[in-house]
Design a protein around this ligand. Structure first.
Ligand code: NAI
Ligand code: MG
Length: 353
């Protein structure tokens, strides 16, 4: 298991260090894990002038899986777009063909009060959002800002091919089959032709999955339903932009962005695993960031890329036990519980393992 560790910027190195300890624990138990660090994002810009340098491209292509912290920081905000850290992220996803982004939205019972929604709305919440990651308006051309008739106009292109829609639909139907058998596809077919095609292709793909119940929802309604009655959903599949927005919205149902892992997979389950949050420059270097999303991302890696289901569940149980014991980083802290730093949270997960 050759794993590239791309810690990135801000809190990235702090949280990846804790996940690295967990992976090293399993190495010591006998898993054949090899870890190799690389540069992505702002740290790569600082060192090489490029957010996704050639050495990182090579390392990523050769690795079986990648664990990423987060990239970005205000010091890069004035760089030209192609040199920004976030371009490194888009480039690595595109280069590796990581078209399927899986985001489990799970509320740990210990954190029911950390959610901004009422306990009865979120208790037991367990949704999987499947977001297409390499197409849509984020990559479509033409794009840009131009002068037309004496003023600037900005434009982007929303575009999906049938094959792009079909392959993400298959991922979602298969995930639904492993779970409750319910899939909701989200689009905006009443206004956007591109998403009419999305709906048509998803509907056609459903014929191969008679055991899965497919429903469709318009994205504005989906945004509303996610906070009104989120437990009506099991698996949600949607395009890149709607998925970006809905998955961040859904993440808040669980109390903290610091709890949520993600996997981005290609068609052979090679993947990049990362917490869904960013580099949190406001709390970087203070030993207060929550490392659990990154540790849970390592668990997803063991599950999806390496079929190590036992190790993956052991990590998830250790995280849950740590929460049950009352250890809390700042973002999930509640009065009366044990305020815990980044490293100490790692210590507790290891102790519980
Ligand atoms: P962010 O996710 O970094 O932070 C949002 C808020 O959540 C902040 O208050 C932060 O302190 C808090 N937070 C995030 N992760 C946390 C953790 N593990 N523990 C405790 N609190 C946590 O989003 P923001 O502030 O919009 O972006 C900061 C930088 O990160 C920007 O440069 C942005 O472009 C980049 N970014 C990178 C992503 C990635 O690498 N995948 C994703 C999103 C943003
Ligand atoms: Mg986002």
């Amino acid at each position: 298991m050759k794993i590239a560790l791309l810690a990135g910027d801000g809190i990235g190195p702090e949280i990846v260090a804790q996940a690295e300890r967990v992976l090293l624990y399993f190495k010591q138990e006998g898993l054949k894990i090899e870890l190799e660090p690389g540069l992505l994002g702002g740290c790569a810009v600082d060192a090489t002038g490029k957010p996704f340098p050639e050495a990182t491209r090579k390392l990523s292509v050769e690795a079986d899986a990648i664990l990423l912290g987060a990239v970005g920081g205000i010091q890069y905000d004035n760089l030209p777009r192609e040199k920004r850290p976030e371009q490194g992220l888009l480039a690595i996803r595109k280069t590796l063909g990581l078209f399927a982004n899986l985001r489990p939205i799970v509320l740990y019972p210990e954190l029911v009060n950390a959610s901004t929604l009422k306990p009865e709305i979120v208790t037991g919440l367990d949704i999987l959002i499947v977001r297409e990651l390499t197409g849509d308006i984020y990559f479509g051309k033409p794009r840009g800002i131009e002068y037309r008739d004496g003023q600037k106009v900005g434009f982007n292109t929303m575009i999906y091919s049938e094959s792009e829609i079909r392959r993400i639909a298959h991922v979602a139907f298969q995930a639904a089959r492993r779970r409750s058998g319910r899939l909701c596809s989200v689009d905006k077919m009443n206004v956007l032709e591109c998403t009419q095609l999305w709906r048509d292709v998803v509907t056609e793909t459903a014929q191969s999955y008679p055991d899965v119940t497919l429903s469709h929802m318009l994205v504005d309604n989906a945004a509303m339903q996610l906070v009104r009655n989120p437990k009506q959903f099991d698996v949600i599949v949607t395009g890149n932009m709607f998925g970006d927005i809905l998955s961040d919205e859904a993440s808040m149902l669980t109390g903290s962005i610091g709890m949520l892992p993600s996997a981005s997979l290609d068609d052979r389950n090679r993947g990049l695993y990362e917490p869904i949050h960013g580099s949190a420059p406001d709390i970087a270097g203070k030993n207060i960031a929550n490392p659990l999303a990154t540790i849970l991302s390592a668990a997803m890696m063991l599950r999806y890329s390496f079929n190590e289901e036992t190790a993956a569940s052991r990590i998830e149980s250790a995280v849950q036990k740590t929460l049950k014991q009352g250890y809390r980083t700042e973002d999930i802290y509640e009065t009366g519980l044990r305020r815990t730093g980044t490293v100490e949270m790692g210590d507790m997960v290891l102790a519980n393992l």
